[in-house]
Ligand binder design. Structure first.
Ligand code: NPW
Ligand code: ADP
Ligand code: K
Length: 465
């Protein structure tokens, strides 16, 4: 996993900084690196346009003083406005190295460029409303705006906005991404996010940003069964099962059997649709050791027949992907009813029905749910989180908001089952499927419907071979 893709909490970031200091790097050296990295980004974006740097009392403010000094040395007309005194040894040193005046934040005139170095990972509460308003007004009136590490007012670990936060042009994450850089609503507070390397070792991180996965073509001796046989168990709403089985068929799996309640036409003839009049038929049709993944949930329904179909899938012994109605049915029975080792793909409502109101960030909640259920979770949304019981997690952010349309979850569930059948690795399958889903959406452009994602899948897979 590359350095820039690690995601840390504020506490993990502090520990990583301490580890750098323990190697003999002086504390102030890290601030100089952070300030220099951010100054370079401001320089490349804004050149010699006039700049106002807002500096807070802690080390985030210290970064601001370094940025101001370095850009002034390059000929940028820089002014600094601070929020009172600097309170940390490094920020005091950075301030002492700034040769210019320090204005009051509430009387400083606006500028073409603004740098928010008020608060970063040390933010402990929302900004005073008067200060938040001032930050918003100065940022809104600037043509170029930069948040150092995080916009002031953003909670580092949850991504919550603790006070009003303006929209920035660029956010410069220092050393590593923090959770708030990928989670909503904070991830929507800038147009561009850049992670600046300041020499922090993030190799021990267990949470990462989802990156394009390497994928592999079939081998010469592969055949349809070795490439993965998938079952999609349908129910009341035939269309959802169709979408899921079509997605599985385009996922790279060798064969898909759609065990449907009703036979409806349409879709690739390559999919083997089998009619199951009840749970007994489902059980019989699943009695084939070659199945590598069974998906149940999309369009299943919530009645007794649906419950029985779900149970038939659960007792089949095959690796399971549980989505939609399957999750709602299980929610009524408690966490212990969730089969260990499954992949679950809940959206927010299904997640809360299954696990209740868990504390912490979306990452914390996903990890806790994965641990409780002993399952891989894909906790969906505009910031989807994949979590494993062993503590690993991935966040996919920046997905197309056009995905917020009916049936896209069915496509994702089919992809997960397909990639599980291909790879036999649940966490990897979840990552590949979520990435393919996002990539298909990017390729589909605007105003697509779920069916349109299907035609984009082969090219999305080809791009990773
Ligand atoms: N460690 C390092 O060497 C490096 C760190 N780096 C940089 O440091 C940043 C972290 O620095 P930091 O820990 O000093 O915290 P920071 O975000 O500046 O704020 C803390 C101060 O603000 C105060 N405060 C908090 N909330 C407040 C509010 N709402 N309204 C008013 N006050 C509030 C808080 O007071 P308190 O909560 O105790 O009342 C405290 O005084 C990090 O994001 C990165 O930019 C880089 O230079 C690399 C090297
Ligand atoms: N605003 C959004 N931005 C990005 N992705 C989204 C957004 N809203 C929904 N999605 C994605 O679209 C899919 C919707 O799934 P789901 O809610 O189960 O819908 P359905 O049941 O209609 O198929 C999920 O993969 C989710 O992560
Ligand atoms: K900041």
């Amino acid at each position: 996993m590359s350095k820039a893709e690690a995601i840390l909490t504020a506490a993990q970031m502090r520990a990583a900084e301490q580890a750098v200091f323990a190697t003999g790097v002086p504390e102030y050296e890290l601030m100089e690196r952070a300030g220099a990295a951010a100054a370079e980004i401001v320089w490349r974006a804004g050149g010699k346009r006039d700049l106002l740097v807002l500096c807070g009392p802690g080390n985030n403010g210290g970064d601001g003083f370094v940025i101001a000094r370095l850009l002034r040395a390059r000929g940028v007309p820089v002014r600094v406005a601070a929020l009172g005194e600097s309170l940390t040894p490094s920020s005091l040193k950075a301030r002492a190295c700034w040769a210019g005046p320090v204005e009051d934040i509430f009387s400083a005139a606006p500028a073409t460029q603004i740098v928010d170095a008020l608060f970063g990972t040390g933010l402990s509460r929302g900004l005073d409303p008067v200060l938040a308003d001032r930050l918003c007004a100065l940022t809104a009136s600037a043509g170029f705006s930069y948040a150092v590490d995080l916009p002031s007012g953003v909670d580092t670990d949850s991504g919550a906005l603790l006070s009003a936060v303006p929209a920035f042009g660029i956010c410069v994450a220092l050393g590593a991404f923090k959770s708030a850089h990928l989670l909503q609503p904070s991830a929507n507070c800038w147009q561009r996010l850049i992670c600046a390397d300041i020499g922090i070792d993030v190799s021990a991180a267990t949470v990462h940003r989802l990156s394009p996965p390497p994928m592999f073509p079939p081998k010469p001796l592969d055949h349809k069964y070795s490439r993965g046989l998938v079952a999609v168990v349908g129910g009341e709403m035939a269309g959802a099962g169709q979408l899921a089985s079509h997605a599985a068929a385009h996922s790279g799996a060798g064969m898909v059997r759609h065990i449907a309640r009703d036979l409806v036409g349409g879709g690739p003839d390559a999919i083997i649709t089998q009619k199951a009049d009840g749970a007994g038929d489902v059980g019989r049709l699943l009695n084939d050791a070659r199945f590598k993944a069974v998906l149940v949930g999309p369009g299943l329904g919530l009645d007794q027949d649906a419950t029985a179909r779900l149970e038939a899938a659960m007792v089949s012994g095959h690796p399971l992907v549980l989505d939609a109605d399957a999750l709602t049915l299980l929610a009524g029975k408690g966490v212990d009813a969730i089969p260990a080792g499954a992949i679950l793909t809940p959206h927010e409502g299904e997640f809360v029905r299954l696990f209740g109101d868990l504390p912490g960030s979306k990452i914390d909640r996903a990890l806790e749910a994965a641990r409780r259920a002993d399952a891989i979770l894909i906790y969906k949304g505009s910031d989807s989180v994949i979590a494993a019981p062993d503590g690993r997690a991935m966040i996919a952010s920046g997905s197309s908001a056009w995905l917020s349309t009916a049936g896209t979850g069915d496509v994702l569930a089919g992809l997960v089952a397909g990639r599980l059948a291909v790879t036999g690795d649940r966490y990897r399958a979840a990552c590949e499927a979520l990435w393919l889903h996002g990539e298909a959406a990017r390729r589909a452009g605007a105003a697509f419907v779920a069916d349109d994602l299907l035609v984009e899948l082969p090219a999305a897979i080809a791009s990773r071979l």
